[in-house]
Design a protein around this ligand. Structure first.
Ligand SMILES: *Cc1c(COP(=O)(O)O)cnc(C)c1O
Length: 410
């Protein structure tokens, strides 16, 4: 006799955990706090020496020539599009499966987003679908390393070289990973990162762009400081008040104490990436026996940074849809989430750019069935076991048994 399935928390049973396990969470050490305190006691809270030091450390970790720090991942995207020369009327090819910021930042410069569908098994931009989206207005192709797995940069580079386009990487998920042995941050012409608390390292809010182009780095440093020709420290050093400006810019500067935090966090990136990979492997192994749940495909020539651990449910085998599974996991105090609503389905993009359902069928289909499970470097083994136990509990409860029941006839 198979054991009776346990009563789910959503049905009034007791939850797997007593408190909610979030899908992502920062890790801040005493050394991080000491590094921040030291700067708070210094003269330079912003535009000081820590800015260049953090940029230098980040460039060396990612293998890029230049790194430009800013105060969010969205600011990083805005700077990168600006340096890529995106201006009103230009077209930018973007994947449908990403956070809205990837697309919004280009639209803020007057660009028209052209949505590209994703590979159904990885949810990364489908390189084979790009060519037919290229027009004489196309300026850039944006790759998003969804969940922490690198896109196929060799295939993408082949296309962007052939058509003379800028290759951009939104690598907000992928810091710490690599593609065919090449480090994330040195794969595209411009690579962007976020330091929001759920991301691989944090500065509270913050972001970075890496590039091998000194000229683009210079433009971005100017853009983050109102696009004026000198910053506060330079003017102080030169004993001068003069500055010039030929196009408007923003204030996207990151403070020195946040840069100190980022530098301190960077010391633990390798360890954290390994820990994320270790937990992902535990999940893979535990879920391999579940009929109606499968993780996204992880490619073999990529070191996946696992910002997100995303599963797909197969509703054919379940008495429940994604929403029900999501609510059931939440009731067990597992902080499940959904990443992302395909950008072209958001109201603004439907209304302003006539994007519609059916434009990117693989992203749309995936969206209906994906769930993000908790995964972060400071999670304990027992947290990971709670996630596994809850997923199995919910899966087994809703699984449609396909076994043919042979009636006992005597
Ligand atoms: C987090 C994120 C951003 C935005 O970064 P912020 O620091 O929150 O502005 C952009 N793109 C992707 C893919 C992200 O995950």
């Amino acid at each position: 006799m198979p054991a009776m399935p346990v009563k789910l928390a959503i049905e009034g049973g007791s939850p797997i955990r007593s408190t909610l396990l979030p899908y992502g969470h920062q890790s801040v050490s005493e050394e991080d706090i000491a590094a921040v305190n030291e700067v708070l006691r210094s003269d330079w809270l912003t535009t000081g020496k820590k800015v260049g030091e953090f940029e230098h450390a980040f460039a060396s970790v990612t293998g890029a020539k230049e790194a430009v720090v800013v105060n969010s991942g969205t600011a990083a995207l805005h700077c990168a599009y600006y340096a890529a020369g995106i201006r009103p009327g230009d077209e930018v090819i973007v994947p449908a499966m990403t956070f809205s910021a990837t697309v919004n930042a280009a639209v803020c410069l007057g660009a028209k987003p052209v949505f590209c569908d994703c590979e159904p098994d990885t949810l990364l931009i489908d390189a084979e679908k790009i060519e037919k989206l290229i027009t004489n207005k196309t300026k850039a192709v944006v790759a998003v390393d969804y969940a922490g797995q690198s896109c196929d940069y060799d295939a993408l580079r082949k296309i962007t070289s052939e058509y003379g386009l800028m290759l951009m990487a939104d690598s907000c998920h992928a810091l710490g990973g690599n593609y065919k042995g090449r480090k994330v941050g040195s794969l595209a012409d411009l690579n962007t990162f976020s330091f929001h608390p759920v991301k691989p390292i944090t500065t509270g809010e913050g972001g970075m762009i890496t590039t091998d182009s000194e000229e683009m780095a210079r433009q971005m440093r100017q853009f983050r400081n109102h696009n004026i020709t000198s910053d506060h420290r330079e003017r102080q050093e030169q004993g001068s008040w003069a500055y010039e400006m030929s196009e408007p810019g923003m204030n996207y500067r990151l403070t020195d104490f946040q840069c100190a935090l980022g530098m301190s966090q960077l010391n633990r990136l390798d360890e954290w990436t390994k820990r994320r990979q270790e937990i992902a492997q535990k999940y893979d192994w535990a879920f391999s026996s579940l009929k109606a749940i499968a993780p996204l495909k992880a490619k073999s020539d990529i070191s996946h940074a696992y910002h997100l651990y995303v599963i797909r449910i197969n509703p054919e085998y379940l008495h429940a849809d994604r929403e029900k599974i999501f609510q059931s996991l939440r009731a067990e105090n597992i902080g499940a989430n959904v990443h992302y609503i395909p950008v072209h389905l958001l109201k603004f993009y439907r209304e302003r750019f006539s994007a519609r359902e059916g434009l990117c069928p693989a992203a749309e289909l995936a969206f209906r069935n994906i769930i993000t499970l908790p995964l972060f470097s400071s999670m304990s083994d027992s947290d990971a076991e709670d996630v596994i136990e809850a997923v199995k509990k919910v899966h087994d409860r809703y699984l449609i048994s396909k076994e043919v029941r042979i009636p006992s006839c005597v």
